[in-house]
Design a protein around this ligand. Structure first.
Ligand SMILES: Cc1cc2nc3c(=O)[nH]c(=O)nc-3n(C[C@H](O)[C@H](O)[C@H](O)COP(=O)(O)OP(=O)(O)OC[C@H]3O[C@@H](n4cnc5c(N)ncnc54)[C@H](O)[C@@H]3O)c2cc1C
Length: 482
């Protein structure tokens, strides 16, 4: 019997597991895929928003501003890639000025620090690649970029180190209310828990229905992106937004923490898991981005992808106890700025669980600290020392991203070891560069198989069943066979 079962291992579920692991709480996270952070959490703009966008008084506004503050410290403590680079919302017309001033006022009400409106000369000095038509902008110095999937997996790892449990490949199929709490039917058998928290992203309405809660629906909405090579990564120094519209924050241009340039997203209603990209969608993204930064070279695009917003029929985040089922809590409808808000939501849900009767004694095993060796960022002396300590740091596996065998082996022996080639890519970046894994993919697969003691055929590209090796193309004869 667990104290708390969390359904969904996105950034919301992982943040909650982390916050619960500060206490002597017997918590489990149930995730249907073979890794955490693989749904919306891995496919978004990766911006830690400053918090001027949500309407004052909403849960979104409160959690965003608090989350922005918490994430900076969290990334420091757990060694998560993060850069506080600030953002601009560009204005091109008198109508845009009204919107930029409205956002400024909202930001002041929401408590966003350092906001100001900058005029053309200063704007173009700070960001020389902008289109000449950009006349003014809202500047938010507290906006940042982060590695979004690492924000999830690092918190989950730290929670597991503190004694929490993560069950992967565990799909929740039904939930029964009992006298003691809940019996959860999963693809791995029954799990019992006193409290259940629904953090199932685009599937959170289906999970709510399992306990008879029909109070909201999710209308999935897709956003498509270009990811450009590091050759384009220094084109802009800040996150560049345009004025938001009814359907979202519009198309942005931004450096990523890995040194790439990200461009997107659009907004199209879709199905819960439909992450296909379309020629029309990408063309709209490209045109909108060129309005802000005309010199983007889309020939240097190395990847397109799409993410799905969990837009709820209620116009705010849905965080708190279910009205139809005692002991059942939602973290649902977490569209943007959900990444920025997740750690603040998690702290609030812990308080709610405590009010509902969960005891919160301090957990002596919780450290809240993590250190990761990233060879690429070491100077020559640091690299030499690393190699002396472990010769595997001397073997470069991914040439595009300068990732060593030692870093891959480290990731495979941390507490929440990935089991797929893309899982390793998300932990330590082999395959994230210009060749997109063409060179290092098979070598990563071999290292995973060796370290986990399984045949190479059992190492998928990403989700379970995404086979890389289907069979032999030629009969292989051992020496001595005829
Ligand atoms: C295009 C786009 C751009 C965005 N940009 C930003 C941004 O720049 N900044 C920002 O702050 N926010 C942004 N967001 C929002 C942010 O990405 C999300 O709010 C956040 O990732 C949601 O996390 P989550 O944990 O709620 O959901 P998810 O990451 O979707 O996780 C839900 C998990 O539940 C699991 N699950 C579902 N059903 C079951 C089941 N039956 N059993 C077990 N597990 C189940 C899924 O496999 C998944 O892993 C953006 C979103 C999109 C789509």
């Amino acid at each position: 019997m667990f104290d708390v079962a969390i359904i969904g291992g996105g950034v919301c579920g992982c943040s909650l597991l982390y916050e619960l692991s500060r206490y002597r709480v017997n918590a489990v996270l149930l995730e249907k895929e073979n890794d955490v952070g693989v749904a919306t959490t891995k496919a978004n703009s990766a911006i830690v928003h400053a918090g001027y966008d949500p309407e004052p008084g909403t849960a979104m506004a409160r959690y965003n501003v608090e989350g922005n503050r918490i994430i900076e410290q969290l990334c420091h403590d757990l060694d998560i890639l993060y850069k506080k680079i600030g953002s601009f919302v560009l204005g091109f017309s008198p109508e845009d000025r009204a919107m930029v001033e409205k956002l400024y006022q909202r930001g002041i009400e929401n408590g966003v620090p350092g906001l100001r409106i900058v005029e053309k000369e200063e704007l173009h000095q700070m960001e020389p690649s902008l289109a000449d038509e950009a006349l003014f902008a809202l500047y938010a110095p507290s906006a940042a970029v982060v590695n979004p999937w690492e924000l999830a997996s690092a918190q989950a790892e730290a929670a597991v180190d503190g004694g929490a449990k993560v069950m992967l490949d565990t799909e929740v199929k039904g939930i029964k209310k009992t006298a003691e709490g809940f019996t959860i039917e999963t693809s791995q058998g029954q799990v019992k828990a006193r409290f259940v928290v629904n953090a199932a992203g685009t599937h959170s309405d289906r999970i709510a229905e399992m306990v008879g809660d029909h109070s909201f629906r999710i209308v999935p909405n897709r956003g498509e992106y270009f990811l450009l090579d590091t050759t384009q990564g220094k084109l802009v120094q800040h996150v560049i937004f345009q004025c938001p519209t009814k359907v979202g924050k519009g198309v942005l241009v931004s450096p990523t923490v890995h040194g790439n340039l990200i461009v997107g997203p659009n907004a199209e209603d879709t199905q819960a898991d439909d992450v296909t990209t379309t020629a029309e969608g990408l063309q709209k993204v490209r045109e909108a981005a060129l309005k802000s930064v005309p010199s983007i070279n889309f020939r240097d695009s190395i990847r397109n992808f799409a993410g799905i917003r969990a837009v709820a029929t209620k116009d705010d985040f849905i965080v708190g106890p279910s009205e139809s089922c005692d002991g059942f809590f939602h973290i649902a409808g977490i569209k943007s700025p959900g990444l920025s808000s997740a750690p603040a939501i998690a702290r609030d849900v812990v308080r709610m669980l405590e009010s509902a009767g969960l005891a919160l004694g301090e957990n002596p095993k919780f450290t809240g600290q993590r250190k990761v060796l990233r060879f690429k960022y070491l100077d020559a002396k640091g690299r030499g020392e690393a190699i002396r300590q472990n010769p595997l740091y001397g073997t470069i596996v991914c040439r595009c991203e300068t990732v060593t065998e030692g870093e891959i082996v480290d990731a495979l022996h941390r507490s929440l070891a990935p089991r797929s080639v893309d899982g390793i890519k998300r932990r330590c970046t082999p395959g994230m560069g210009r060749c997109q894994g063409g060179f290092c993919g098979p070598r990563v697969q071999t290292i995973i198989a060796r370290e986990l003691g399984i045949p190479k055929e059992q190492v998928p590209l990403d989700r379970a069943g995404m086979k890389i090796i289907l069979g032999r193309t030629k009969e292989h004869k051992e020496a001595g066979e005829s």
